[in-house]
Ligand binder design. Structure first.
Ligand code: MSP
Length: 524
């Protein structure tokens, strides 16, 4: 029975560059939640996609001698392939150039126009095409040549004052409603540091937002003024609606069930769009606001933000080739505390791989399945009554509550740590019980059966908790224990209660799940 609906989104990524470790980070995090909440009994929607309009994409396409549409069409497969490679279980991939997105955007802004939230005016200001954002002069930085540069990407900004008339959204009217909303919904912006930034930004006052462009046409035309296309953010944010079924008759009343989302996952760079502009848009249109916008930190290499343009862009596929997809996912989720910036390196990734995966989880599966082969003819032994009383069970019985709380809070590091503790304890239990000695004494046959049963049962349970992080390995472990399809589990709490491993199940050994790696042998 379903516990209800659960919706989560990643940003809708720009197509000016192929997906990299940063965009993959957000996407893997959202996938980890989506997979977990499915196992936890929710009907999950998981929306991702590509942000294909705007000046930046138009300029990138031109540089490549292509039309914007042809450029977007050529880039989208790179995203889909990367998400397939990383086993991303999205339920909808929205391209902002799709007709259904046109419909959503046009309907939404027409509604705000009709309600009197839009007016035509002129704007002068500093614009960064890369960030597709206006900045106040006081927020700009200067480069070595004395030019104003963008405070985010450090590229020169442009003065936009062509006398261009734009449509403006009365964002300034939402200062008080937003502050009140933050007060009454303390979990709306997370983590806390981001919330403080957002609140003080809004407290300083809000300017109306220009939501249309008429100097170029690569965007969605606004119905009330055909010469204007929607500003890229006035388009992209609405992809969340489209991905959840908005305005698509064939999807029935899905949108009503799936909106508002439990989580928008975004990087800290775009928290402001999601925590100021987006809720104001929703309030104006009369929709409820998302439950939580979680602004995670950046992945850094030696203190620098990792990005392809800075030349330190190792691509996801490069790492997957070395570590495998599951270890890739596990490393980023467990080692970088979600919400904080995190330094990543090959050295550290190898260290985590060897410690947690090769030496702990992989080693555990390998030694216990090998002992089952040796002592019990590759079958799960029947557990004697005394087996129920064991130190693993005590930890396992407590684990769901701890793990579920961590996953609900999107504390992936905490969830992974809790599972690792059980895995570590099983290894110790095997050490302490020394099955190889028990096997020498026929009087200890029951004790031997207990130890092997308990260790196998703990492995079954650990595989369940590891599945959101490492779906392939967990499916393989279940396969080795002759259990069913792990992805069919939809009540992880019930599935992890102790003692469900059937005696007599065939157990196979297989290849090592995570062969040890030596950082000195790795080529990247
Ligand atoms: N198109 C907008 C989002 C519109 S959402 C309605 C956009 N796209 S983006 O392609 O630039 O992707 C930005 C997202 O990528 C960031 O918010 C963040 O999630 C992720 N990251 C990009 N670089 C990153 C790191 N170095 N580290 C972690 N994540 C970062 O902005």
């Amino acid at each position: 029975m379903s516990k209800g609906y659960y919706s989560i989104t990643t940003p809708i990524y720009y197509v000016n560059a192929a997906p990299h470790l940063g965009t993959a980070y957000t996407t893997v995090a959202a996938d980890t939640v989506a997979r977990y909440q499915r196992m936890n009994g929710y009907d999950v929607a998981f929306v991702t996609g590509t942000d294909e309009h705007g000046q930046k994409v138009a300029e990138t396409a031109e540089k490549h001698g292509m039309t914007p549409q042809a450029w977007c069409d050529s880039m989208v497969p790179a995203f889909k392939e990367c998400w397939d490679l990383l086993n991303i279980s999205y339920t909808d991939f929205v391209r902002t150039t799709e007709p259904r997105q046109h419909k959503t955007v046009q309907e939404f802004w027409q509604k705000l126009y009709d309600a009197g939230y839009l007016y035509k005016g002129q704007y002068e200001g500093w614009y960064c095409v890369h960030e597709e954002t206006y900045y106040a002069e006081s927020d700009l930085l200067k480069n070595d040549d004395g030019e104003f540069v963008c405070p985010d990407c450090k590229r020169p900004v442009r003065r936009m004052s062509s006398g261009e008339e734009n449509w403006f959204f009365k964002l300034s009217e939402f200062q008080e409603p937003l502050l009140e909303f933050y007060r009454t919904h303390p979990d709306f912006v997370r983590p806390e540091t981001r919330k403080n930034e957002i609140v003080s930004f809004v407290e300083r006052g809000l300017q109306d937002l220009s939501i249309s462009r008429s100097t170029f046409d690569w965007g969605i035309p606004l119905t009330f003024d055909e010469g204007h296309v929607a500003y890229v953010w006035a388009d992209a944010l609405l992809a969340y609606f489209t991905g959840l079924g908005f305005g698509q008759e064939e999807r029935g009343d899905e949108f009503e069930h799936r909106w508002p989302v439990q989580y928008h996952f975004v990087g800290k760079d775009i928290t402001r769009f999601h925590c100021v502009i987006w809720p104001a848009m929703l309030m104006a249109a009369g929709y409820p606001v998302a439950q939580t916008v979680f602004g995670h930190g950046f992945l850094l290499t030696k203190g620098e933000k990792m990005s392809k343009s800075k030349g330190n862009g190792v691509m996801p596929a490069d790492l997957v080739k070395i570590y495998g997809v599951d270890a890739y996912r596990y490393y980023f989720m467990s080692d970088v505390q979600f919400g904080h910036d995190g330094n990543i390196s090959i050295e550290r990734m190898t260290q985590v791989y060897n410690a947690d995966l090769a030496n702990t989880w992989g080693n555990l599966v390998s030694r216990v399945t090998n002992m089952t082969k040796k002592y019990f003819d590759s079958k799960v032994p029947a557990a004697p009554a005394a087996a129920a009383d064991n130190p693993l069970r005590a930890i396992s019985d407590e684990l769901y509550a701890v793990y579920d709380a961590c996953m609900g809070e999107v504390d992936f590091t905490g969830a992974a740590d809790a599972v690792q503790k059980l895995a570590g304890r099983v290894n110790l239990y095997v050490e302490e019980s020394a099955p190889w000695n028990l096997a020498k004494d026929p009087a200890k046959a029951d004790e031997l059966a207990s130890v092997i049963y308990n260790a196998l049962e703990a492995i079954r349970i650990i595989a369940l908790y590891m599945a959101p992080f490492m779906p392939v390995t967990s499916a393989e472990v279940w396969h080795r224990l002759s259990l069913g399809d792990i992805t069919a589990v939809d009540d992880i709490e019930a599935a992890t209660t102790w003692g469900q491993l059937p005696a007599g199940n065939a157990v196979s050994v297989g290849d090592p799940l995570f062969p040890r790696l030596d950082v000195n042998d790795l080529e990247l």
